[in-house]
Design a binder for this molecule. Structure first.
Ligand code: SF4
Ligand code: SF4
Length: 441
């Protein structure tokens, strides 16, 4: 019986980490459904980008209020979780404040964690007010109704509760230390939680131990639960922001990728020595791949990683000229739809022993409409605004390619322009011979 708490703790830990590992496997499998893409170039630049954007949060602080608050929550949450290491070891070994022999270093660490915990609480409250009271425009767009709104708030509630539990645990511990309770030797500095002690003043030693143990258990179980919540939440970005910024686009923003098959075709057409009647080379004889993308499997894996990394912050949508002028397009929705469809595909695979069985649906039309796709001006403002290097435009372009090249479904204006280029060498409907007519006007 003496070891019962340790055993319960070990079981909870194994279950929490086991479930999380299962979800990571699912996540990896889903991302790998995307086409291969070579991102092995320029490693040093990629590491720098990751350090600057994900670790340094440089793009977050472009909007100072939200940015600085986010940095506090991010730093606070990550650093406070260093204490989780001590909690885990205490839980497994049955010790209490295992690292306390570090003396003044330990005092400094616990003191800093407490200050950060307070700052996180303040930041979380500000975030909640911005979302629910001030109702900042980008948080109340149509795509943010339902689960995305609940998810955004849920994360704030969980972080708030975890920080309160942490401070409560410390306050009760501090009081027990003052009372000289068994096992609660003097350790740590409590610059914030000491002010909570008056709330516990009238409690007996056994009640204080109950408060301290309850907060301790809820704190660690809450962290394990939160870890597993990530897969279902936009909060997954706390993990994926790092690989996503590493694999982010390095080319200049206006530079599009060329379709390899089309490039080959054009080169052949331009080659004066090519024999137009020659049989195609063996590797080119296979049925050509689909042009562009109509479903998530037609996108590349970096685009799918982008979808899972999206924080749903809406910075892209608030900068998008199409959205600002009342068009249906929202680059954030493009990313959310891609993730939702990918999740749907993943669930179908789970139900069919890892095989995808068509459900008659696809990303195009069932999630993203041509109206949204054609509203894009390809200005790249969304790419520039994204704090975690997501490229919604690349998905839009791939889906447009599918519409044009597979379905001949470009809007009339575009079709007219393309036939003008073909016939007149310019986008306008005038004969090349008439180009200099303006001289005589
Ligand atoms: S590239 Fe398209 S989606 Fe992105 S901001 Fe510009 S118009 Fe909006
Ligand atoms: S794509 Fe980037 S900017 Fe847009 S909502 Fe997602 S994380 Fe925010």
């Amino acid at each position: 019986m003496e070891y019962l708490p340790n055993i319960i703790f070990a079981v909870a830990l194994i279950a929490g980490i086991g479930f999380f590992t299962r979800n990571v496997k699912k996540l990896t499998r889903n991302i790998k459904l995307g086409k291969d893409v070579d991102v092995s170039d320029n490693k040093s630049q990629r590491w720098k980008n990751m350090a600057r954007i994900a670790l340094g949060q440089t793009k977050m602080v472009v909007r100072p209020v939200a940015g600085i608050m986010h940095v506090i929550v991010y730093v606070g949450f990550i650093i406070i979780n260093i204490e989780v290491l001590e909690i885990i070891l205490d839980g497994l070994l049955g010790t209490h404040r295992l690292f306390s022999p570090l003396g003044s270093v330990y005092d400094f660490l616990i003191g800093s964690f407490e200050v950060l915990a307070l700052l996180v609480i303040v930041a979380v409250i500000v975030f909640w007010i911005r979302r629910n009271i001030i109702r900042i425009q980008r948080f109340i767009k149509p795509e943010m109704k339902g689960w995305p709104k609940t998810d955004g708030n849920m994360i704030l509630y969980i972080e708030f509760v975890l920080m309160i539990l942490f401070l409560t645990m410390n306050a009760a511990d501090f009081q027990l230390q003052q009372l000289g309770a068994e096992h609660y030797h003097e350790a740590g500095a409590f610059p914030i939680s000491q002010f909570m002690v008056p709330l516990l003043d009238n409690l007996s030693e056994s009640s204080l131990i109950l408060v301290e143990r309850t907060a301790w258990w809820l704190h660690i179980l809450g962290i394990l639960a939160f870890l597993n919540y990530l897969y279902y939440s936009k909060h997954l970005h706390i993990l994926l922001a790092f690989p996503n910024t590493y694999y982010g686009k390095l080319k200049p923003q206006g530079q599009f990728n060329n379709l390899e098959s089309v490039t080959k075709e054009v080169k052949l057409m331009m080659d004066p020595d090519a024999d137009p009647y020659a049989a195609p080379a063996e590797e080119d004889a296979a049925e050509p791949e689909k042009f562009g993308a109509s479903d998530v499997m037609d996108l590349n894996w970096v685009q799918l990683l982008n979808a899972y990394t999206c924080t749903e912050c809406g910075r892209c949508t608030s900068e998008c000229p199409a959205n600002q002028t009342g068009k249906k397009l929202s680059p954030r929705k493009i990313m959310m739809d891609t993730r939702d469809r990918l999740e749907e595909v993943g669930k179908i695979m789970d139900a069919n022993n890892g095989e995808f069985v068509s459900d008659g649906k696809q990303l195009l039309n069932d999630y993203i409409t041509p109206e949204e796709l054609w509203a894009c001006t390809t200005c790249n403002a969304c790419v520039q605004a994204c704090p975690v290097s997501i490229d919604p435009l690349s998905i839009i372009v791939e889906m447009r390619r599918y519409l044009v090249m597979e379905q001949s479904a470009a809007p009339t204006e575009l079709n007219n322009m393309m036939s003008n280029i073909e016939n007149n060498g310019a986008p306008w409907p005038y004969n090349q011979m008439d180009r200099l007519n303006w001289v005589n006007e």
